[in-house]
Design a protein around this ligand. Sequence first.
Ligand SMILES: O=P(O)(O)OC[C@H]1O[C@@H](O)[C@H](O)[C@@H](O)[C@@H]1O
Length: 327
Amino acid sequence: MSSEKEKTIAPLSSSSSSPSVELCKGINGLDKVILRESRGSSAEVYLYGGHVTSWKNDHGEELLFLSSKAIFKPPKAIRGGIPICFPQFGGLGTLDQHGFARNRTWTIEDDPPPFPTNTLSKAFVDLILKPSEEDMKSWPHSFEYRLRVALGPGGDLMLTSRIRNTNSEGKPFSFTFAYHTYFSVSDISEVRVEGLETLDYLDNLRNKERFTEQGDALTFESEVDKIYLSTPTKIAIIDHEKKRTFVVRKDGLPDAVVWNPWDKKAKAMADFGDDEYKYMLCVEAAAIEKPITLKPGEEWKGRVELSAVPSSYCSGQLDPQRVLQGS
Ligand SMILES: O=P(O)(O)OC[C@H]1O[C@@H](O)[C@H](O)[C@@H](O)[C@@H]1O
C-alpha cells in the first residue's frame, strides 16, 4: 500500500470527532441544523418553527417522540419534538392555538448579543424570529425572539429563549409560553413523573378548573391535560421499562404542562398515529398562569435543560429523592 493511500484512509477510520454544526435539507427540503457532540449525541433543529425534532444520546437512541404521521409542511406545526408555544399557550387568547412561533420560519443568527453566562457547549445554533407584517396584524407588537439550541458535552439538550420588546411607541406586551416537549417513552403505563405531587393545577379537561394533586408520583391510565402551577425547577420523568429517567431543569418557567391525548383524541388527530399515545408524554416547561409582561427594551429569558440518565434503583424500587435531589 502506498504511503499516499494510507494518509487518505487514516482520518476516515478515526473514531473520535469534534463537535459540529451542519446546515442541511430535511424532510420536504426544509432547512435543518444538525448538532453533533464528540461522544456521539446529536440534535436536529428545523428552521421551520425553530423546532427541535430529534435528540439522540451517545448510543444513537432517540429521546424525543416524533409522530410517524408528522406533517413537515407549513403552515402545519410539526407533531412531536419540541414545538415552541409563543406568544400564546393553548387557546388562552385571540391567536391560533399555541401562537405562531411554531409555524414560522426562523433565521440563523451568526452573531447574537452575548449571553451573560457562557455555555460550555460547542455544538449550538442561534435562531431568531421577528414578526412579519402579517403577524403584526394579529399580534401588533414588535419583538426579537432569540433561541439558542445547544448540546452539552455529556449530551444534555439546552434551549434558551430570549424575548425582547422592540416596540418603538412605548407599548408593553404580554405573552404566555411553553417548550412543548414530547418525550419518547417505552410504554406510558410504565411511566411516573416526580416533582409535581401536591401542587395545584388547572385541568384543561375540566374547564381549566383548579385542583390540587395528590401526594403520589403521577402515573397514567387515561387522557391527561393539566397545567401545574408554581412547579419546582426540577421534574423527573421515570421510564420504568427503559430504566431511563429524563430530568427537566428549568429557569424562568414556573408552570409545567403534562399532556397525553390517550386513545380517543389520538384517533381524532390526523398527524398522530392511533397507538402512538403509548410512546409519548409531553412535559412542558411553561409560563402560563401569570403572563410575562415586557416594557419596550426589556428582555425575558426562559431556559430548559434536558438530560437522560439511567434510572437509579434502591431495593428494586426507584428512588425518586435521588433523582430529584441529585445534581
Ligand atoms: O394539537 P396541538 O395544537 O399541537 O396541541 C396539543 C396539546 O398541547 C397541549 O399543550 C395542550 O395542553 C393540549 O390541550 C393540546 O391538545
